[in-house]
Design a protein around this ligand. Structure first.
Ligand code: GTP
Ligand code: MG
Length: 219
């Protein structure tokens, strides 16, 4: 092997190492937030005899989609730039039973002293023009490793199961679809989002009434 190609190989190995370390930190941050969510869930169940979380999922952005976003958003191709500009490399999604649970959970997480709230988009109070609803938080979480501490961004999406149902199907049908969609279909989809929101409100009010009845019966 020539000296030149040996040098190239070692540079390549260094780059792979650097990238692996870079993405590992996001997995650690995601693990930490998942643990926080599990603790809240277990403790809440114990204290209030009620579980506000229906399900929870997490994902790491693939190198391909990181690269796509780098190109789409015209970000400089360096790790510090990627870190500062792509805040959804680690993503967690919580589906709650009721709208009030979304705010309860977000408050419990935002108030933890090692969690910094960087950005909050409330698409429930202000739905997107297509009808999309969800609460999005960008959180910064410290990760402690053998030789350093890093602050890592994690995107947390909190929604009801009805919002999740709509978003999952809309994603399958339309999201990131570049071509023009007929207005009639856009309207149908928005109507469906409205129906999902109505369903959420109805379930919330039933839930509240049942709780009231329970309280009266206990007195
Ligand atoms: P991205 O660059 O795509 O991450 O969007 P953004 O930086 O403008 O952030 P935003 O909070 O609007 O959306 C982030 C994420 O929310 C997306 O990656 C999706 O997971 C979800 N999302 C946002 N808008 C929609 C939508 O209209 N439909 C669906 N199904 N999901 C959406
Ligand atoms: Mg995203």
């Amino acid at each position: 092997m020539s000296l030149l190609s040996q040098n190239y190989l070692s540079q390549f190995k260094d780059a792979i190492n650097e990238l692996t370390r870079f993405t590992m930190v996001y997995k650690f941050a995601m693990d930490e937030l998942n643990t926080k969510i599990n603790i809240l869930q277990e403790e809440f169940q114990y204290v209030h005899d009620y579980n506000p979380i229906e399900h929870c999922s997490s994902r790491l952005k693939s190198p391909e989609s990181i690269l796509q976003k780098v190109i789409r958003k015209n970000i400089d191709f360096s790790l510090p730039e990627i870190k500062e500009n792509i805040k959804d490399i680690a993503g967690i999604r919580i589906s709650c039973s009721f709208i009030s649970d979304i705010y309860r959970i977000s408050e419990m997480i935002e108030n933890q002293k090692d969690v910094e709230l960087v950005d909050r988009k409330d698409y429930i109070k202000n739905p997107k023009p297509n009808g999309y609803q969800s609460l999005h938080l960008i959180l910064k979480i410290p990760v402690f490793m053998s030789d350093r501490e890093e602050e890592v961004y994690v995107e947390l999406q909190i929604r009801t199961i009805a919002m999740d149902f709509w978003a999952s199907l809309e994603h399958k049908i339309f999201y990131k679809y570049n071509k023009d969609i007929p207005d009639r279909l856009k309207k149908d989809l928005k109507d469906a989002a409205f129906s999902a929101a109505e369903l959420d409100k109805k379930m919330e009010s039933i839930h509240k009434e049942v709780n009231q009845l329970k309280k009266v019966n206990e007195e």
